[in-house]
Every structure is written in C-alpha cells, then in structure tokens.
Design a protein around this ligand. Structure first.
Ligand code: ADP
Length: 402
C-alpha cells in the first residue's frame, strides 16, 4: 500500500470530521464523523473499504476521546504507519496566516488569540490540535486556515465604512471564510478549461448550511461575502446574512431584545429557517414548496435565490472578465431548483440553464449546467479535505528541500 497518507481533522464545536487521504491522488482510505460530542447522544461513524460503521461511545465523549477512539480504530486496521502528517482545518488565521503553517507553540498561541474573532470555531480547532499532538507525538501537525485564500483581497474590498482605527487597533475588517472550498472548485474548473488557474476568473457560490460567494480574479480571491465573522453576506440556513444594522438598534431599544437575544436570532433563528418557519434544511423546504405548495417555503426559496443572484451580479464589479459561475456545497451540488432560480435571475448577464444537465447534476457529480449559447455555469463537488491533505504534503516537502 502507498505509504503516504495525511490524516485530515476538522474540529467543530461539537463534532470532529476526519479522513485519511492520499495528498497526490485524493484517494480517501477512511473517513468519518464524531458528532454530538459531550452529549448523551454522542456517536462516531466510520467508513472504510466500502463499509460504514456507526459505533456507540462511552459518555462523556469529547474531542480528545474521539481522537483516541480514531487512533485505536486506525491501529486495529493497521493504518497508523501510513500516516505521514496531520492536517488541521483552522477557521480563523487573521491577517498573519495566509499560508499552510507548521504548528508550534507560537502558532497555537496565535490560534488561541484569534478566538476573539471566531469564538465558536478556533477554540475547538485548538482542542483538536492538542489532542492530535498527544495521539501522534512524532508526526508534523499543519494548520490550513479557512481565511487564507481571501488574504489576497485588496484593501477596498476588506475595509468597512467605519472609523479606520477600528481596523488598525482591533482588526475589524472582512476576512472571509470557506477559502479552501472556493480555491478547490476554481482549481477544478481551471483544469476542465485546460487553462492555468492564474488566467481564470470566476464567481463561486458555496451554498451549504453556511453560504458565501467569492469573486476570483486571475485565480485569486478579490472579494467575498462573509465578513469579519461568518454572519455577513447572503442568507444561510439559520444565519440572516446582511441586514440593516438599524434593525439591531430597533430590536434592542424598541422591542426590549437583549444583545444575546439579537445574536441568537440573527445566528440561529434566521435565514431559511427564519423566513420559512419550517426548517433550515433546504431539502425539507423544497419538499414543502413542491409537494405541499407551502407559501412560506416558496418565499424562503425566493429570498434565498434572489439574494445570492444579487451578490453574484455585484461581484462582476470586481472582475474584468468572467469565465463563469461555480456552484458548490450541499445545496449548490444537489439542488437543481436553487441553481435554476439563481441562473434565471441572472439572465441579463446571459446565463441560461441547460435543464436536463442541471437536473442530472447531483450526488457528488461535477460538470457544466449551462446551454452552449450561455455564459458558463458549473457544479463542482467540493473536497476541502483533499486541499488540506495536498497543502500539508506540499509544505512538508518544501521544508525538506531546504
Ligand atoms: P455544511 O455547511 O454543514 O457543510 P452542507 O454543505 O452539507 O452543509 O449542506 C447542507 C445543505 O445542503 C442542507 O440545507 C441540505 O438540505 C442541502 N442539501 C443536501 N442535499 C440536497 C438536495 N438533494 N436538494 C436540496 N438541498 C440539499
């Protein structure tokens, strides 16, 4: 067996996603998810060799126990020796970390300090790093930052129209997220076009529970819809995206909301869930619309698609040429309805959906969904884990060369 696999870890606040990937081919030997960590319902799902296992776990079960469980499982399958490094997804790298970075004590301190900008994500990422260091003390650990791809944005795209000192003194600016996904899908389409990525310009829409749109010029991110935090921009599963900031003052001053109430409402009760009143899950809303003719579901889908189309159209201001639009993420990869509605809204930019190709594109498939006389639109199944494995491997190779 090939002896070069990277263990990729993605620690969320109550979950751990893991995969064992060949960085050169993207072949995944094993993957899985530990979820509902620190609750009675904690469980771990592992897929290896075409077999899926769902294993009950002892309580309490946290990130560290999940990593120990994974290590024991890898040992049982005699897969530990093929791991050459561990690659970690880290959500916020601030302005300093725009490259894959070998983790040492300084990097861990920086990730901890950046928790002020990503309070839900960076502490969980750090927990995963420390647990992985304990489990694999001899392996290099590498951080791949979700904000890194967007560090090429020009100042005019990342500065907010608020006092400049809030940027210089407190780092308040647009950082953007989902960077690894936007980079991966752009790279894939560049390959399909047989052009170097550095000669391609796209607008990519990552539509999952979290959603973002990015303008990519000559292969680099030049603007993106998520901001200092993952709350700005287009509407998402439970997050509002852009709202008039005056609404916040109105809720607090006139309707007696506390700051926590407002935060909770904008983060957890808004978006597709808030408008539909049914669910944050796009499938459930689509079913309510198509089968039950539910009017709130219809409205939620209309607002969602219109706002995405507006964001896409606005990013034409960041580009000189446009090779096309790329859809990715759970919704972007699977919902022909959402893609069709967005492209229909963009007819002025000459986007036309090839209905049959669009309908057929789902379940991890990638390809073109626009007609021959349309500007191009693609669906690309994202693979952030492969990017993390690839960049981890490249960093370690560069270091060996020196
Ligand atoms: P996350 O941001 O948590 O990684 P995903 O990228 O997995 O999220 O996307 C989850 C979203 O994708 C959910 O809203 C889900 O309903 C949607 N989705 C998945 N499959 C389909 C489908 N066949 N049709 C419409 N939406 C889908």
């Amino acid at each position: 067996m090939n002896n070069n696999f990277i263990l990729v870890l993605n620690c969320g606040s109550s979950s751990l996603k893991f995969s064992l990937i060949n960085p050169e081919t993207g072949t995944t030997l094993l993957l899985g998810l530990a979820e509902r960590l620190l609750s009675e319902q904690a469980m771990i799902k592992i897929k290896h060799d075409g077999k899926k296992e769902q294993c009950p776990v002892p309580s309490p079960f946290d990130h560290e126990s999940a990593i120990l469980y994974l290590v024991a499982h890898l040992k049982k399958l005699t897969l530990v020796d093929c791991i050459t490094a561990v690659g970690h997804r880290v959500v916020h790298g601030g302005e300093v970390y725009c490259q894959p970075t070998l983790i040492d004590d300084d990097v861990k301190t920086a990730i901890k300090n950046l928790a002020r900008l990503a309070p839900l994500h960076n502490p969980a990422n750090l927990t995963g790093i420390i647990a992985a260091e304990t489990a694999f003390p001899t392996l290099p650990q590498v951080a791949i930052f979700d904000t890194a791809f967007h560090q090429t944005m020009p100042e005019k795209a990342y500065i907010y129209g608020i006092p400049y000192r809030l940027y210089t003194q407190h780092g308040i600016r647009r950082y953007g997220f989902h960077g690894t996904s936007h980079y991966f899908v752009a790279k894939q389409v560049a390959k399909m076009l047989n052009k170097p990525l550095a000669q391609c310009s796209f607008i990519s829409a990552h539509l999952g529970n979290g959603c973002s749109v990015t303008a990519i010029k000559d292969g680099k991110s030049v603007d993106t819809s998520l901001g200092m935090t993952p709350q700005e921009g287009i509407m998402m599963g439970t997050r509002s995206g852009d709202v008039d900031p005056g609404i916040i003052f109105h809720l607090i001053n006139q309707l007696n909301y506390s700051v926590d109430d407002v935060e909770n409402m904008l983060n957890k009760q808004s978006g597709l869930l808030g408008v539909s009143g049914i669910s944050n899950d796009c499938r459930t809303i689509e079913t309510a619309y198509t089968e039950d003719h539910n009017q709130q579901a219809k409205l939620a889908l209309e607002v969602f698609c219109y706002r995405i189309a507006k964001a896409i159209a606005s990013y034409t201001a960041s580009l000189i040429t446009l090779d096309g639009i790329i859809f990715t993420g759970g919704i972007g990869e699977n919902s022909d309805l959402i893609r069709d509605k967005i492209l229909a809204q963009l007819s002025l930019l000459n986007f036309k959906t090839d209905k049959a190709a669009n309908l057929a594109m789902r379940f991890g498939q990638s390809g073109l969904i626009s007609t021959p006389d349309s500007r191009s639109a693609w669906v690309i199944a994202t693979n952030e884990e492969w990017v993390i494995a690839e960049q981890t491997f490249q960093l370690l190779n560069q270091q060996q060369d020196f």
